[in-house]
Design a binder for this molecule. Structure first.
Ligand code: ZN
Length: 245
């Protein structure tokens, strides 16, 4: 009797321990499998980003600043403030993707120094100097459009002197079109912008929207919309860099 009881107890204990061990093994194996999947997923994404942008330097120029407010919206918005807000968000997004970002200004300042020529020229040539010294791979200058209250939508401009300028502009414009879904604008050639003319790297101006359109002025002031714009611009840059490899 005693022996049978012992055996029954022994068997029950063994089964309990066995089930426990099996359960533990399954939990550990499941966790390892999950962690492995996550790692593969992250590494996969990282490789995509790293391949295109790791170690690349992007110059971001928030247009105007300081004495020069740029265009003004009917609601009182100043172009220089929107340009800076979007530039900050673009910088953050690009850095998350592995790029190094150089801003021509990170405050409400102009870059006018004593010298020859107009204030505007001295401001722009100092921006160009920062871009050149940064050894940037490409330049994106952020501006707002202004032309009455009727027009709306972001538009990218490039100097037609190089095919790379056009490719960068088209990539950014396409990402803006598909991600924001609120414009059918195409990238446009522009020969009168000093920065685009003089930058010896792929360079574009992104006019992020019409500050003179009251509805768009409101939208451009919305941090969530600024973030969407920044992500679209970053996606265009990353796509351009990936296509160049
Ligand atoms: Zn401007």
């Amino acid at each position: 009797m005693g022996r049978i009881v012992f055996q029954a107890w022994h068997l029950k204990t063994m089964i309990t321990i066995g089930a426990g061990v099996l359960g533990l093994v399954l939990v550990v194996a499941g966790s390892l499998y999950y962690v492995n999947l996550q790692t593969v997923h992250q590494v996969g994404l990282k490789q995509v980003f790293n391949g295109a942008v790791a170690g690349r330097i992007v110059a971001v120029d928030p247009g105007h600043g300081g004495y020069d407010p740029g265009a003004k919206g009917a609601g009182g918005t100043l172009e220089k403030d929107l340009n800076l807000a979007i530039a900050f968000k673009l910088k953050e997004t690009l850095e998350q993707a592995g790029a190094k970002v150089v801003l021509t200004r990170d405050r409400d300042v102009d870059l006018v120094t004593p010298g020859e020529g107009t204030k505007k020229f001295r401001d722009l040539s100092n921006r160009l100097k920062i871009v050149r010294e940064s050894k940037a791979d490409l330049l994106v200058s952020i501006h707002m459009n202004s032309s009455g209250s009727r027009w709306r939508g972001a538009q990218v401009f490039y100097h037609p002197q190089s095919e790379a300028n056009r490719s960068l502009a088209v990539a950014i414009q396409e990402e803006i079109r598909s991600r924001l879904g609120n414009t059918s604008r195409q990238a446009l050639s522009l020969t009168s912008a000093y920065l685009l003319q003089e930058a010896s790297i792929p360079a574009v101006i992104v006019e992020a929207g019409f500050i003179t359109n009251p509805a768009e002025e409101k939208l451009l002031n919305d941090p969530a919309y600024q973030q969407s714009l920044a992500q679209a611009i970053a996606a265009g840059i990353i796509r351009f860099l990936a296509e160049q490899q």
